[in-house]
Ligand binder design. Structure first.
Ligand code: GMT
Length: 375
């Protein structure tokens, strides 16, 4: 197949899924064309079947806001014509699904198919904004195929947008060979010279991630045992988080590592992953952690319970329950045998249900289905 993939190039779950899917499809001999405003960070390495097409948003004194959605639609038309694409797969509805729809209308007789994958905030936050709602609802109804990354997101989309068509659930995935504690080198002493336990959080530091909760959980754990915290990522909350770390006098034990292209290595020397989000349609980073045998302490919201099995691969507590999360973390870190069982179960769960070798064929089969449907 010749597939166009539209995604955000920045550090964020939807871009990661789109990039890993592109690589997986390319390895299966499909030709993949990524259309985005920059090269996605996970696509740094060359693959002969992956082509990158950058969209330039034209600015003009009359435009207060450059109309990116239109530049993207135009690029999609050009690429589809030049390479004879079979389908366009939009990751994150806003504005990618709208641009794909427009491109399809312009292409007319080329009869390209469109697929939209809903990732989370495109439905639960941005999509509900009245300035986007009607367009998103229309695009979900008009795409030739729609997928959601969790059962939760599928149900939520149906409810919020009164959708009657099928939305297929295809879960997020991870390459368990790359995200494997045993095949990654990580020098624990670098972060924890005195043999301290290592906790980690990685996100885009948006308010929904509640990174200040991470710091408060850490502070409580640190009152009881020697421990270090690795904070990976950048975003709007970073300054508040830094301020809190200072106020609580934790600076010596917290490392801000900024954005990292490959967190597999860091995860491989991590003991627990903290994800106290207020919203999480799936929680790809929790999956990456579990793949490296790292149990997750998180919140019982959204799609996280589809990933983390409470009491087996981690613990899930109500949003904001900082003391509960700290208690569970301490419980796990102080019982070596139980901790090892959680590590094993975490890795097994990912390998048996979310490995890229299991999920990428689901996308492939969905593409075939959509392409074989008469429009
Ligand atoms: O919020 C983020 O972390 C980024 C966002 C995105 O779309 O870039 O992530 C969403 O998509 C991920 C991949 O499907 C999911 O694993 C995340 O749970 C989801 N984030 C939220 O729902 C908050």
């Amino acid at each position: 197949m010749k597939i166009g993939i539209i995604c955000y190039p920045t550090h964020g779950g939807s871009g990661v899924v789109a990039s890993e899917l592109a690589l997986g499809l390319a390895q299966r001999d499909h030709q993949v064309h990524i259309v985005s405003y920059a090269t996605p960070f996970r696509l740094g390495s060359f693959h002969q079947n992956v082509f990158i097409h950058e969209v330039e948003a034209t600015s003009y004194p009359l435009f207060k806001y450059p109309p990116y959605a239109l530049s993207l639609a135009t690029k999609l038309v050009d690429v589809s014509k030049e390479y004879g694409l079979d389908l366009l797969h939009a990751h994150y509805a806003v504005p990618h699904a709208a641009s794909a729809y427009l491109a399809k209308q312009i292409l007319g007789s080329q009869k390209i198919k469109t697929i939209t994958t809903l990732h989370g905030t495109d439905i639960t936050l941005v999509g509900l904004d009245s300035s986007f709602y009607q367009v998103i609802k229309f695009n979900i109804e008009q795409s030739d195929g729609v997928t959601a990354v969790s059962e939760y997101l599928q149900k939520r989309t149906v409810e919020e947008f009164a959708i009657r068509r099928e939305i297929r659930v295809i879960h997020n995935f991870v390459d368990t060979r790359r995200y494997d504690r045993d095949s990654n080198d990580c020098t624990r002493e670098h972060f924890a010279p005195q043999g301290e336990k290592i906790l980690m959080h990685a996100s885009n530091f948006r308010p929904v991630k509640r990174v200040t909760d991470v710091v408060r959980i850490f502070a409580r754990i640190r009152e009881q045992i020697p421990v270090k915290l690795l904070l990976v990522g950048e975003g709007p909350e970073r300054l508040f988080v830094q301020q809190l770390v200072k106020e609580l006098k934790l600076s010596q034990d917290v490392s801000f590592l900024g954005e990292q292209d490959d967190i597999g290595q860091l995860l491989s020397c991590t003991d627990l992953f903290l994800l106290p989000s207020e919203q999480e349609s799936f929680g790809l980073v929790a999956l990456e952690a579990m793949s490296c045998g790292v149990p997750v302490i998180g919140t019982s919201i959204g799609g996280l319970p589809e990933v983390v099995v409470d009491g087996e691969t981690g613990f899930l507590l109500p949003v904001g329950d900082v003391s509960g999360m700290a208690k569970k973390a301490l419980e796990l870190l102080s019982q070596a045998e139980r901790y090892a069982a959680f590590q094993k179960k975490a890795r097994e769960r990912v390998a048996s249900s979310f490995d890229s070798q299991l999920i990428i064929p689901q996308y492939e089969a969905f593409y075939e289905e959509v392409l074989n449907e008469r429009s």
